[in-house]
Design a protein around this ligand. Structure first.
Ligand code: NAD
Length: 253
């Protein structure tokens, strides 16, 4: 069974790999044998991560990519495949949140969140899937959120974007089912990253952990390792269109 999580010979693209969950996803995939292509806007951070992965004996490649720049997506994917390796795994992770009351959300807030979390994921997935379909297989993992299923206040565009991403996961999975390309999602609960660190270190954040987290603490990025490795590798060969929730029972609270 250990071989089910061995990704030797596979190549993965991780978007938003410069920090937080994306960084961890890239490290874990590399530690299990995958060659990893790292994409983000902050290429200095990507270069440092690539050097770390190579220092541990892995293979890494960096590519600058702003997922809101639709025209740049196909070129970045083509560059990865030409200069590094054909992609077997996509982790569609880049995402942003804007915290503002619904009545005060501006069109710019809305566009920033939806263009990154939904439109960006859509066209990165489309670009990679075209190539995977031509080769007869692959695994696409969309990083959604429990807020795509449940809602909290002050992040309405984020909730809408993640609900859209969960539905997109199912729609893609259905259309691609016969091609060998599997499409699944991970819906994390609250995982401590630069996206939310300041909030959870504030009094309202501490109160939320105490009152709303059944396990009594936030998740850490490595708490998603199991879901990621399952969906990336052959152990999930009959899973497509599925969402794995990893939330320490937050959605039950
Ligand atoms: P983070 O802010 O630490 O990292 C987000 C990453 O996305 C960064 O590397 C950033 O540079 C990149 N990014 C943002 N906009 C981009 C763009 N236009 N083009 C390319 N890269 C871009 O946040 P995180 O917590 O690591 O979040 C990663 C993903 O996980 C996001 O999709 C987020 O919505 C999701 N998520 C996080 C949590 C959590 O509690 N941390 C919970 C549920 C879902």
């Amino acid at each position: 069974m250990a071989g089910e999580f061995d990704l030797t010979g596979k190549t993965a693209l991780v978007t938003g790999a410069s920090q937080g969950l994306g960084r961890r996803f890239a490290e874990v995939l590399a530690a299990h044998g995958a060659a990893v292509a790292l994409a983000a806007r902050q290429t200095d951070k990507l270069a440092a991560l690539a050097a770390e992965i190579e220092g541990r004996g892995g293979r890494a490649f960096t590519v600058p990519l702003d997922v809101t720049d639709c025209a740049a997506i196909a070129a970045a994917v083509a560059e990865v495949e030409a200069a590094f390796a054909p992609l077997d795994i996509l982790v569609n992770n880049a995402g942003v949140a804007v915290t503002r009351r619904f009545l005060e959300v501006t069109p710019e807030d809305y566009d920033r969140v939806l263009d990154t979390n939904l439109r960006g994921c859509f066209f990165v997935a489309q670009s990679v899937a075209k190539r995977m379909v031509a080769r007869g297989g692959g695994s696409i993992i969309n990083i959604a959120s429990v807020l795509g299923q449940d809602v909290i206040g002050q992040v309405s565009p984020y909730c809408a974007s993640k609900a859209g991403l969960l539905h997109l996961t199912r729609a893609m999975a259905l259309e691609l089912a016969k091609t060998g390309v599997r499409v699944n999602a991970i819906a994390p609960g609250y995982i401590e990253t630069p996206m939310n660190q300041a909030f959870f270190q504030s009094p309202p954040g501490e109160k939320m952990i105490a009152r709303k987290m059944p396990v009594g603490h936030l998740g850490q990025p490595d708490d998603l390792d199991g879901a990621l490795l399952l969906l990336a590798g052959p152990a999930s060969r009959y899973m497509t269109g599925t969402t794995l929730t990893v939330d320490g029972a937050f959605t039950l609270s």
